[in-house]
Design a protein around this ligand. Sequence first.
Ligand code: SF4
Length: 504
Amino acid sequence: MRVLLIRPPYTRLKGVGQSPYFPLGLGYIAAVLRDNGHEAAIYHAENPKSKDECVLPDADITFNFRSKSYHRYLESLKDDNHFVWAEVRQTLRDYKPDLVGISLLSVEVGSSLKVSRLVKEYNPDCHVLWGGLHPSFLTDESLKLPEVDFVIRGEGEYSSVELCKAITERTPLSQVESLSFKENGKIIHNPVRRAIENVDNIPFPARELVLYPETFDFKSLGSMIVSRGCPFRCTFCSSRNFWDKKVRMRSPENVIKEIRLLKETYGTNFIMFWDDSFTINRKVIEKYCNSLIDSKVNVSWKTATRADLIDEPLLDLMVKSGCVKLEIGVESGSERIKKIISKDVSNEQIKKAFSLISKKGIGVGGFFMAGFPDETLEDLEDTFNLMKELKAGELAFNIFDPMPGSTEYDKCIAEGLVAKDPDWTNFLFWPDAYYVKNIKREEFDNYVNMIAKWLYDYNNKFTTKLKRSKHLIYYMLKNDPVFLVNKVFKYLTRRKRVHAAGSS
Ligand code: SF4
């Protein structure tokens, strides 16, 4: 069976962009399909295919431009002649899939639906499968869409293989674990598959199966994960319910083997570990670091973790093994809000972690959120103050979106802040999101705009940029100075264009 696995476009349709990244989840599914005799390809429709598209890291988008971008996305969904849809049509015609699998988040429902429609236009007999966070939690809502034939809930690797087998061999769909499907107008949910016990047994992501390989650079192909699952209970997050409460970790040998493969195949010396909280299991992380040092594999790497999961001896070991940047999910500067959202890391712990990381000479980024339903202006002030205090090389600020599968989403429905069956193609996501009970919309917008404006200026200061990029500049100077010069040239050209658009 020919399977095309798609990450739908989103930021690209907003007219802004993000650094290309390899969709790891689809890479794992493609590898398992390939090993079971199917043909599979990965189409990352989010990666721009032409240098004429506006692409700039989020931190560099002007505030005006940012506020317009979500509506630009909504408009693109109605524009049948948009160049991205032409590209999707062409890709379908070229690849000729029998089944298209789309992995999506709630914010991407509109574009996933559009892609699904294009699949059915291309060939009404081509099957459409949805997977990922949104359809796993809102399965019935997803299957009610006529264009969606199947949903796989949760971990998708082996259920995808079973589904392909059931379709080709015409065996009952009821035997495919974790599958939901439609039969005689009814939605059927098969029992859920047990989480894969030994994650070392999953083949490495099939990076070689990407379409348009020229849109992936050395950095994006160096994406990896070492674990699945999260034991914490942050109420705004659905990751814990998607994977498992129990964390399953790969062995150091398995991780080093993949890094070596990446180096040998793609010349990648820069690894990004996209784990929910990389340092969850200190003992295992120490083993990874020691293996990285002993194996002399010599790579630079970055990852994300919680401020309460690092300390000086662990940081020293991480830096010695090649760590060049850490990103920390701070969320809020208000202790009251942190209690409500079950993010039990105090401001003192956060400040200590940021100063410790900076002391080690590596990059540090902080991720913040505002707009939780119980937030007050005082809470917002606390968040803004903490942002300013941290002096991080990178600060990101988002507005709370209620995510299906999270406690906060259920709470928003119970309190009438979100409709029971919302229209996901027209949902209020950032920058229009507003779910705060105690602050008037205008006051909230004004405060948030003020933070966003400050943040834009902060992130665009030369000194911040240098702090943010020094690990990459160092890496490129060491490994590929020509690439660095090209990168700077491209960056300056795009920046000029995006800023011209943003100030209009
Ligand atoms: S936000 Fe991070 S730490 Fe909290 S539950 Fe989600 S993945 Fe775990």
